[in-house]
Write a protein that binds this ligand. Structure first.
Ligand code: SF4
Length: 330
C-alpha cells in the first residue's frame, strides 16, 4: 500500500479523497467508491500501487489512437479498480472485481519499457482499467518513462478533478478519453458518474496541448439518439474540429444484455458527427472503413486494414496532395 495523494483529514479519523469528483468521505477501515483507496487509521492508502492485472504490447490503434504515431506499438499496462460502475463494462473482471495483481513497481515498468525498446514501440499506455484511480503509480512512473524519451498515454474515463489532472498532464503525451454520452442522466443512471467533469477534463487536456482523441461506446436506445450524437459532436467541434472521435460498437457484457448496437446506428452516428468533425471512426466493427482523408482536399492520408497501417498521403504532418498541414503526429 502507498499513501494516497489528494486527500485531507476532515474530522478525527474521517478523510475526504479529492482525486475525483465523487469526493468520497471515508471512515476508518472503509474504502472509497473505487474500492482501491482505503482509510487506515485516519490515513488514505491506495491498494493498487504497483499491481498489474494486464500487460501487453498493443498496436497504438487499439487504444484507440489513430492520429498519434500511426502504425506504432505501445507497452500497455493496467491495474484494477474504477470510479465508475458502467453496467456494460467491457473490462469488468479487472475494473469491478479484481482485488490483486502481479507486482510491478515503477522502476520495473521502466526497465520493461527499455527491454522492449524498438523503433515501433513508442512508450507506455496506462489502460484496461481506470488509470485515474492508479494516480500515484502513474505520477511515479510516467516522468521516468518520459526521461527515456518514450511517450506516455492515458486511456481514461476523464472523471478526475482539475488539480490532479493539471499536475499529471506535463508527463502525459496523449489521452483517449471516454465520453460515454452527453447527458447527465446517462452518466448518472448507467455509469454512476457525471458528464460535466468529463467535459472539463477534455477541455483542460486540450488547453494544455496534449493530443486528445475521444471514444464513445454507442449503446442502442440509451445514448445513440441523433440529437445526442449531434450535441456531443458540437461540443467537441467547439474545441477543435480535428479531434478524432471513435464510435465503438457495444456488445452484451457484464450486467447488460441488450443486443449489440445495430450497424446502421453506428453509420448514422458517423454521418451526423461528420458534419461537425473532420475525423470520425467506427470501432468494434471489423468491416468498417477507417481510413483517414485530408479534410482540405479529400486525399487518402492513412490506410488502415487488418494487416497494418500505411501513410501514402502524408509527408510528415503535411498532405502530399494539397500541402496543407494536418493534425497527425508522426
Ligand atoms: S478516487 Fe476513489 S476514493 Fe477518491 S473520490 Fe474517487 S471514487 Fe472516491
Amino acid at each position: 500500500m502507498k499513501e494516497a495523494v489528494f486527500y485531507e483529514v476532515i474530522w478525527d479519523s474521517l478523510v475526504q479523497c479529492r482525486l475525483c469528483p465523487h469526493r468520497c468521505r471515508i471512515a476508518d477501515g472503509k474504502s472509497g467508491r473505487c474500492r482501491v483507496r482505503k482509510n487506515v487509521n485516519g490515513r488514505l492508502f491506495t491498494l493498487n500501487y504497483g499491481q498489474i492485472t494486464a500487460l501487453n504490447i498493443d498496436p497504438i490503434e487499439k487504444k484507440p489512437l489513430y492520429h498519434f504515431y500511426p502504425g506504432s506499438s505501445i507497452l500497455s499496462v493496467g491495474t484494477f479498480g474504477c470510479n465508475f460502475r458502467c453496467g456494460f463494462c467491457q473490462n469488468y473482471e479487472i475494473s469491478q472485481i479484481a482485488e490483486t495483481g502481479e507486482k510491478l513497481l515503477p522502476e520495473d515498468l521502466v526497465k520493461l519499457a527499455q527491454r522492449y525498446k524498438s523503433q515501433e514501440m513508442i512508450g507506455v499506455a496506462y489502460t484496461y482499467s481506470e488509470p485515474v484511480v492508479w494516480y500515484e503509480y502513474i505520477e511515479a512512473s510516467a516522468p521516468l518513462i518520459k526521461e527515456l524519451g518514450f511517450k506516455t498515454v492515458l486511456v481514461t474515463n476523464g472523471f478526475i478533478n482539475k488539480e490532479p489532472l493539471k499536475k499529471i498532464l506535463p508527463f502525459i503525451d496523449a489521452l483517449n478519453i471516454d465520453l460515454k454520452g452527453i447527458t447527465e442522466e446517462y452518466y448518472r443512471d448507467i455509469c454512476q458518474g457525471s458528464v460535466t467533469p468529463v467535459l472539463e477534463a477534455i477541455e483542460t487536456s486540450k488547453a494544455f496541448g496534449a493530443h486528445v482523441e475521444i471514444t464513445t461506446l454507442l449503446v442502442p436506445g440509451l445514448n445513440d439518439a441523433p440529437e445526442q450524437i449531434e450535441e456531443l459532436a458540437k461540443f467537441l467541434a467547439n474545441l477543435d474540429r480535428d479531434i478524432p472521435l471513435h464510435f465503438s460498437r457495444y456488445f452484451p457484457r457484464y450486467k447488460f444484455n441488450l443486443p449489440p448496437t445495430p450497424v446502421e446506428s453506428l453509420i448514422r452516428a458517423r454521418e451526423i458527427a461528420g458534419k461537425y468533425l473532420n475525423y470520425v471512426y467506427l470501432g468494434n466493427l471489423p468491416d468498417a472503413s477507417n481510413d483517414t482523408f485530408c479534410p482540405h482536399c479529400g486525399a487518402l492520408l492513412i490506410r488502415r486494414d487488418y494487416f497494418g497501417v500505411d501513410t501514402p498521403g502524408l509527408s510528415g504532418d503535411t498532405c502530399r496532395q494539397c500541402k496543407n498541414k494536418v493534425k497527425i503526429i508522426l
